[in-house]
Design a protein around this ligand. Sequence first.
Ligand SMILES: Cc1cc2nc3c(=O)[nH]c(=O)nc-3n(C[C@H](O)[C@H](O)[C@H](O)COP(=O)(O)OP(=O)(O)OC[C@H]3O[C@@H](n4cnc5c(N)ncnc54)[C@H](O)[C@@H]3O)c2cc1C
Length: 422
Amino acid sequence: MSLPSSVDVAIIGAGAAGLGAARALENSNLSTIVLEARYRLGGRAFTVVTGGGGSPLAVPNITFDLGCGWLHSADRNSFVRIAEQLDFEIDRTRPPWREQGFDAVFPPKERADFIEALDDFYDRAEVAAKGGRDSAASACLEPGNRWNPMIDAISTYVNGAELDRVSILDMDAYEDTGINWRVRRGFGLLVLTYGAPCPRAVNTKVTLIDHSGPRLRIETSQGTLSAAKVIVTVPTNLIAEESIRFYPALPVKVDAARGLPLGLADKIVLALDQPDALPIDGNLRGATMRTAMGSYHLRPFGQPCIEGFFGGRFARELEDAGKGAMAAQAVDEIVAMLGSEFRPRLKPLIHSRWAHDPFARGSYSHALPGHAGDRAMLAAPVDGRLFFAGEATSPNFFSTAHGARDSGERAADEVLASQISR
Ligand SMILES: Cc1cc2nc3c(=O)[nH]c(=O)nc-3n(C[C@H](O)[C@H](O)[C@H](O)COP(=O)(O)OP(=O)(O)OC[C@H]3O[C@@H](n4cnc5c(N)ncnc54)[C@H](O)[C@@H]3O)c2cc1C
């Protein structure tokens, strides 16, 4: 779609939040457009399919989500209903994070001990949060506990950051119902399909929102348009870096975004030759006592592959180390756990580099210690004309795709309420 010169509502960003906002406004009689810097919809929701018919490289067909993969808190997840409506099959297989370890590398007795230490940590964090004073979640680690580095590793997967960078109050506000499902065809494809009806302009990077005049003036890489209202859904790191600018400046928003940086989680998929030797939907993680280590999902959906997951500072190091570093690390770790006969059977196919992605600059938001209140600050409308959505604005489902989508719907409701009260 080419850029209109004027609309009622411009929505910046075609991730789950922007698409959620646009879908919520579709029957409102307001003209809308979603302005998206990338060539595609979905943002941090992105499904890739490797291989392809007759590929000379003999790469198998593997469906892989480079971003969100799990319908977290599935019993309260708005994408479950959408998946059903759009005929996306939901897989309710239990996730492999806790019990389904690989006994050879993480003996059951050790694993049970680790899970107990992890649960004790979460219990202490909950008690600390009830006290109402914020601090770093690392303060809830038991001094000298041998599992502390691995508990920190879990934080790098869950929060994208080590516990010293995570607010206890914010961590406690997250609502995890413990039910996690998947969609076989890919979460990214689900978000893309959900957003397909939305009017949008892709390859359109917004650089400035000028709210000094009676109408909002939006400068983009494809030209300028005006709007009565704007919904901003770009990731916090881009607001914090002022990659998208406001005139007059909005220092409260920039400060709130700085308190909610995107942590880092990266994924890699490795094709696995002779897969039957490994269990479907198993978990592979060694009792290595290190924070800097990957977590591996064996044969997701029974596919002939292993998915690796890296988080926090270690993921950043691997991204910064450049081409081949993440693949080499994943292969070395898997071989160290399963044996050298696996080396020739593993073929790294594709991996994410979310910190280096210019339109994300990270994976999902966490609040820095002392900044749990920043989510509400970021979400608050300005002047009845500028509205804010995106996963980081969700009070209880931040860092997730459904939290992002629901926040878009909330911002759309605010737009409609502001029309009525005008
Ligand atoms: C590795 C990884 C694993 C994850 N796992 C899960 C999971 O299992 N379950 C889950 O629920 N969530 C998961 N998430 C998080 C989830 O993907 C995100 O929370 C969600 O997709 C964010 O949606 P959003 O709309 O807030 O932001 P985004 O998806 O980032 O959308 C923002 C959009 O704005 C665009 N944009 C940026 N700058 C501009 C600009 N200047 N002009 C125009 N457009 C711009 C971007 O290109 C992007 O499309 C994961 C994320 C990652 C990276």
